[in-house]
Design a protein around this ligand. Structure first.
Ligand code: NAD
Length: 522
């Protein structure tokens, strides 16, 4: 409720401009009428007295005109993002709205003729000037925006002054979701800066290297200087970078908190400081943990892993930073499946399909557990949808990303795969290791943004089977396909060692020096 009454700076400016336009029009109409009656027709003989009369007329009525105009313009949708005030209908809406303003003023003039005695010719002229000024101002701003966008498109210029989203910093953009998002952004005409440490290699984004609107920054996003540099000239940030998945996060809990939570806060602080208006954060439906209810964005959270807890904590930090100028948006994705530049075989649908095709076995643990599923391509489309939505609809919002139809039990997933790989055998087992069980409602994103995933689980499974049949994927057990396996390898901790390691080294060195000195003195 509170949020709907918040007037953004942009809306306030538009209201001020409209107030100025109606007052200017009224003044022009009064001056013209004054010149007509004093200078041309000579109906008013005492020019200074007539001038004072017109001045009084302006002083008495301008507030009423301003108030009426702003209320009527608001009712006609001038200050929202509704359909009535879009595109070619704009001119008609302006004509109607301004006519209503002057009809109301004319009516009031008739009712309170002792106080609001505005000549009809003044009202008519003021109406015409207001329409002309409003059309000119709206038209010139539309032309200006079109020119600025064409300039960026053809010259790759990324301006700091135009706040509409064209320049996007994608953090962790070389991963599973990032490599599906990148081509969509480039096709959409965006200028993309991609910041990633390439833990899983550069292969996922290879096809786009050298693209004129793609800039690649290889760096650890815990390095503040790199984050600051990467933020320059950007309009929006999509933060996908993290240690992803329950098993990978348990490898080094301190590191997980540093990468998933502390860095997220730092990145957001830098973005806010830079005046970047939109910050899209990849969270997960894992935050719902274990529950038998159908869960929506307001449901209680029940995290059962460090991974989920690190995401909830990040969500809180980001939502607390929301302001009219900084819009954090939380996307809680379902479990992803399907092909992108980097496929992962540590995710249930991809893994079970791979096992069915390669090993002729579909081993299911805790088959009654529910999960919502989402194709990686739809996850990328969801991000794009939020990037392009009016700020008022998304600022400070949490959206579950997926579709109600793709809530499945793991047993149902196994059955679906078996139908497509009939030679495979389904083996059911119980384990106490993964207790996650959640069925999620995706109504909010459908209702607010009209988002509906295009893929079905069946089409996604067929896509993976095809990738094996064509030889595009060979050994699904390779470490690069699994976050846990790869992060367990020895060379990775070298890249991901705690960023503040130098400080600890220096402190212990200082301590060693002090002890040595003390020892020598004794
Ligand atoms: N894949 C899913 O099923 C799923 C589901 C829900 C939410 N998510 C969320 O979506 C986001 C992306 O997931 P994904 O599956 O693409 O993950 P991913 O593991 O494939 O990609 C993560 C990317 O982040 C990069 N990265 C990690 N630490 C970094 C660091 N310190 N500095 C720079 N780069 C670093 C990695 O190199 C990698 O390219 C994550 O935040 C994840 O929590 C994923």
């Amino acid at each position: 409720m509170k949020r709907s009454w918040r007037v953004s700076g942009d809306v306030l400016l538009r209201m001020l401009a409209d107030a100025a336009i109606v007052n200017l029009s009224f003044a022009i109409a009064l001056v013209s009428h004054y010149i007509w009656v004093v200078g041309i027709t000579g109906t008013a003989s005492d020019a200074p007295a007539a001038f004072r009369q017109y001045l009084n007329l302006f002083a008495q009525n301008s507030w009423l005109l301003t108030l009426t105009a702003l209320i009527v313009f608001h009712l006609f949708g001038y200050y929202g993002y509704g359909r009535p005030y879009q595109g070619r209908y704009k001119a008609i809406v302006i004509l109607q709205a301004v006519a209503v303003v002057y009809l109301v003023i004319g009516f009031l003039a008739y009712l309170m003729s002792y106080q609001v005695s505005i000549p009809r010719a003044v009202l008519l002229l003021s109406w015409a000037v207001t329409v002309a000024l409003q059309l000119t101002s709206r038209l010139s701003s539309a032309i200006w925006k079109a020119l600025a966008s064409a300039e960026r498109r053809y010259f790759g210029v990324h301006s700091l002054t135009d706040r509409s989203v064209r320049n996007v910093l994608v953090i962790g953009g070389a991963g599973y979701i990032g490599s599906a998002l990148l081509p969509k952004l480039l096709e959409g005409g965006y200028y993309v800066r991609l910041l990633d440490l390439f833990l899983y290699g550069t292969e996922p984004i290879k096809p786009y290297e050298g693209h004129p609107r793609l800039e690649i920054v290889k760096a650890d996003f815990r390095q503040v200087d790199k984050v600051v540099e990467s933020m320059r000239g950007m309009d929006a940030v999509v933060h996908l970078g993290a240690i992803v998945g329950d098993p990978a996060c348990t490898l080094d809990e301190e590191l997980t908190i540093e990468v998933n939570l502390i860095a997220t806060r730092t990145i957001a602080e830098v973005a806010k400081g830079y005046g970047i208006s939109r910050f899209i954060f990849a969270s997960t439906c894992s935050v719902y943990g274990a529950s038998d209810e159908l869960l929506d964005e307001r449901s209680a959270l029940n995290p059962i892993s460090l991974y989920a807890r690190s995401k909830i904590a990040s969500e809180r930090v980001l939502l607390n930073m929301a302001s009219p100028r900084f819009a954090p948006i939380i996307l809680r994705f379902g479990t992803i499946y399907g092909l992108s530049g980097r496929i992962r075989f540590d995710l249930v649908v991809n893994l079970l399909t791979a096992k069915a095709v390669v090993d002729n076995k579909i081993t299911i643990f805790n088959g009654d557990q529910w999960r919502p599923f989402l194709h990686v391509d739809d996850a990328a489309s969801g991000i794009l949808k939020v990037l392009e939505a009016p700020t008022a609809l998304v600022n400070g919002q949490i959206f579950n990303v997926g579709s109600d139809e793709q809530n499945y039990t793991l047993k149902q997933v196994g059955e679906l795969i078996r139908q497509l790989v009939p030679t495979a055998e389904v083996i059911e087992m119980k384990t106490s290791e993964d207790r996650r069980n959640y069925r999620v409602s995706f109504a909010k994103m459908r209702r607010v943004l009209g988002f509906r995933p295009r893929w079905t689980l069946e089409a996604g499974v067929r896509q993976i089977i095809e990738a094996f049949n064509s030889g595009a994927i060979q050994d699904y057990r390779e470490a690069r396909y699994s976050n846990y396996k790869l992060l367990s390898e020895e060379w990775v901790p070298y890249h991901l060692q705690p960023q503040n390691g130098w400080a600890y080294a220096l402190i212990s060195e200082t301590e060693r020096g002090r002890l040595l000195e003390q020892h020598e003195r004794e």
